[in-house]
Design a protein around this ligand. Structure first.
Ligand code: LIP
Length: 274
């Protein structure tokens, strides 16, 4: 297994096993009652004991499966320092509980998000809603699936008829800027949905349960796996002006909607502000 480049399907198999076990722990700890352990970037950016426990367990499982891979996790960062460590060329990108505020409040909408990156390119990903068991998977070039059904995204071509999901950061100044963008975008779309979990938002766009998604301020672990699911469902996933998806902005929409949505977001400086 080590030394030769692993097949994306092989990495997906490991990702799904690890994500299912991690989701089970998250779900059980939720049932036992959750308390915020600490705050991170702002007083509303909470981390729970479960975020940390799930990440430790998932990293240990990944280490057992592929000892020389690198792991980047939301709570403990780069286990092996910047970039692929251990010489395998593989790096796992993990959000142990995406949607921590939902998790804290008991909203059944939070996910384990795990992607495998080979030589800097995400080639496999899984997003598992730990509360409902909904699970989205993708392999680069191999399509995106949920419950054995291949996903194809929305067929909507008119932005004015589009249901768009988005999200807001933890910094009040950033939220004020995001609200300004939303205020001006709202008259140009059907409606907005704010579910609170970027990884699942991207998968709902892959399913066509929303027609598009955008958000500023995401970390790689928020969008790596969900972004592959969306791309493998035929959506365009990127930033502004040809940039890739990143902290400035992540936009995901079918090709027909990506341009109009992009242009509004550029005009409204959605990648700007604090
Ligand atoms: C969350 C994202 C969500 C965003 C929140 C937060 P977390 O990630 O999934 O889309 O709006 O501000 O970043 O903090 O729950 O891992």
């Amino acid at each position: 297994m080590q030394g030769t480049e692993p097949a994306p399907e092989e990495l997906l198999k490991i990702a799904v096993e690890v994500a299912r076990e991690a989701a089970g722990i998250a779900y059980r700890m939720r049932a036992e009652g959750v308390s915020a352990v600490a705050t991170k970037s702002t007083v509303t950016d909470v981390v729970t004991a479960a975020d940390r426990a799930v990440e430790r367990q998932a990293v240990a499982a990944l280490r057992a499966a592929r000892p020389t891979d690198a792991v980047l996790g939301e709570e403990y960062g780069d286990a092996d320092g910047p970039g692929p460590g251990g010489g395998s060329g593989v790096r796992w990108i993990l959000d142990p509980i995406d949607g921590t505020v939902n998790y804290l409040y008991g909203l059944p909408h939070y996910a384990v998000s795990l992607a495998a990156e080979v030589d800097g390119e995400v080639v496999a990903g899984v997003v598992r809603n730990a509360a409902t068991g909904d699970e989205w998977t993708a392999v680069r070039g191999g399509g995106a699936y949920r419950a054995g059904r291949r996903l194809g995204g929305s067929v909507e071509t008119d932005l004015g008829q589009a249901l768009v999901a988005t999200g807001f950061g933890y910094d009040p100044a950033r939220r004020a800027h995001q609200a300004g963008v939303l205020h001006q975008l709202l008259p140009h779309v059907r409606d907005i949905r704010r579910f609170g979990v970027a990884s699942i938002d991207l998968c709902l766009a892959a399913e066509g349960m929303v027609d598009g998604y955008y958000e500023k301020g995401l970390n790689l672990w928020d969008h790596a796996a969900g972004g592959l699911v969306a791309a493998e469902a035929g959506l365009r996933v990127g930033g502004l002006n040809g940039a890739g998806p990143g902290p400035e902005l992540v936009i995901a929409a079918p090709p027909a909607l990506f341009g109009p949505l992009h242009d509004h977001l550029a005009r409204l400086d959605a990648a700007g502000g604090p």
